[in-house]
Design a protein around this ligand. Structure first.
Ligand code: SF4
Ligand code: SF4
Length: 453
């Protein structure tokens, strides 16, 4: 019997490993559809950001209560999964609680700690479900959160509750079997578990065969659930669980508000002004592989392959939390723009192109593009470039980068800027200011003040 279980377990494990490998490879290939960009400057600052923002969840604590609850789920899920290591070894070797004799009393402490976290995860997930579905927090019910994103969030919260319940009831049924001295479960030295101990009373009246069936069911449900969850997250916004770390490390360190120059254009301008062509004009000079001497490619971005790989990684890292949208002045004043939608659209387009490649078709031959088919010009033109979305994002995403690249394409490739913008561009070119006055008239107002006119 145990031998059959072992074989089934190894087949499941290998299948999940294969599916996960294929999916991860697809995600990496999709990110690589973006343009090359070397990001290697300032590693100490990058590690510090990763520790504080990704591991330490620093930005989540801008809203302390929600930050704390999110932290419970994050830590709970990470730490409880240490226990998965034992389950996997048990599954392969046909053993039961292999670590118990090795760790002695510490094993009881560990399981108690895992159970404490499991209860925390259940409570917080239940609160999050209530916030989403009963209190209907506004930022969790915006226009872009159509059926699938809403279902995805609810599914994952429900799934986490079920996994934790399986963990607790598995321990509870196992405890009763151990106390009855049933062979295979009878391991000396394991103390009592606080939380599952309360649930044990539910199982005490069960006969031993029913208990063994339930214990096996809970064990399989827990481990298959975790393995299935591992695959599911790669198709869901919950991919941020993994992507938040590299994404924070590679986040741009450019001061907020500083736009990235195009080296080829900067070179032309500097030549025109008689300045030496030393840098790309940005304070952060190591972020682009685009050389000032390269043949200019497309200005800006029309589709995902015109964006950088970092923009595409951003899209896979988005948690759809909507903090960006709730801070966006354009969105707040009723405009169509939602920075969260910009990220969701970029990810959807990337997935669409990825599927074309997967099915053996040529990529980008579907006649569609990120601009127009996903993101409209009305959305792009509504952006004030205030950077609020970048500032507030808990995983260091920049929706503004994508907006600017798409706008660059509209303006520099299509010359399709609105008339009022074109007037401003000419003023900047001729008057070095957005206004129509000559630079020599700029201080007329001060002269008038002095002369008392
Ligand atoms: S871009 Fe950042 S703030 Fe906006 S929804 Fe995604 S994770 Fe949240
Ligand atoms: S930069 Fe644009 S998208 Fe981001 S918050 Fe400001 S207006 Fe909204």
């Amino acid at each position: 019997m145990f031998m059959i279980e072992q074989i089934i377990f190894i087949i499941c494990l290998a299948s999940v490993g294969y599916i996960a490998y294929k999916r991860i490879r697809r995600i990496i290939q999709n990110i690589r559809l973006g343009k090359d960009e070397v990001i290697k400057d300032n590693p100490s600052q990058r590690w510090q950001n990763t520790l504080l923002i990704a591991f330490g969840q620093k930005k989540m604590f801008d809203r302390p209560l929600v930050g704390l609850m999110h932290f419970v789920i994050y830590v709970g899920f990470l730490i409880i999964n240490i226990e998965v290591l034992e389950i996997i070894i048990d599954g392969i070797a046909g053993t039961h609680r292999l670590f118990a004799p090795i760790l002695g009393g510490f094993y009881t402490f560990l399981i108690n700690f895992f159970e404490f976290l499991a209860v925390g995860v259940i409570v917080v997930c239940a609160i999050f479900l209530i916030r989403r579905n009963i209190l209907r927090v506004k930022r969790l019910h915006a226009r872009e959160l159509t059926k699938w994103p809403l279902t995805d969030a609810n599914l994952i919260l429900t799934f986490e509750i079920l996994l934790m319940l399986a963990f607790l009831t598995w321990n509870a049924s196992d405890t009763v079997l151990r106390e009855r001295g049933v062979e295979h479960y009878n391991i000396a030295g394991i103390g009592s578990f606080w939380f599952s101990g309360i649930l044990s009373s539910l199982f005490e009246g069960w006969d031993t065969t029913a208990l063994v069936v339930y214990e096996r069911f809970a064990w399989w449900f827990h481990i298959l659930g975790i393995l299935g969850f591992g695959i599911y997250v790669t198709y869901s916004k919950h991919l941020h669980i993994a992507m938040a770390f590299p994404n924070t490390y590679f986040a741009r360190l450019l001061p907020k508000g500083e736009m990235r120059n195009m080296p080829v254009v900067t070179k032309e301008v500097r030549l025109m002004l008689g300045l030496p062509e030393t840098t790309n004009g940005n304070s952060d000079t190591s972020v682009s592989t685009e050389s000032a001497d390269a043949t200019p490619g497309r200005f800006g971005a029309k589709d995902i392959n015109d964006l950088s790989w970092k923009n595409l990684m951003d899209a896979y890292s988005c948690t759809e939390c909507g903090r960006c949208t709730s801070e966006c002045p354009a969105n707040i004043t009723g405009k169509l723009l939602s920075p969260r939608k910009i990220m969701m659209d970029t990810r959807d387009r990337m997935e669409e192109v990825g599927q074309q490649i997967e099915s053996g078709k040529e990529a980008f031959t579907d006649g569609k593009s990120l601009l127009d088919n996903y993101i409209t010009r009305e959305e792009l033109l509504a952006c004030t470039t205030c950077n609020a979305c970048v500032e507030v994002c808990p995983v260091s995403i920049s929706p503004l980068d994508i907006i600017l690249e798409l706008r660059r394409y509209m303006i520099m490739e299509e010359s399709s800027a609105p008339g009022s913008w074109n007037a401003m561009f000419s003023n900047e070119e001729n008057n070095m200011a957005p206004w129509k006055f000559s630079p020599s008239d700029r201080f007329n107002w001060a002269d008038q003040l002095k002369s008392g006119q």
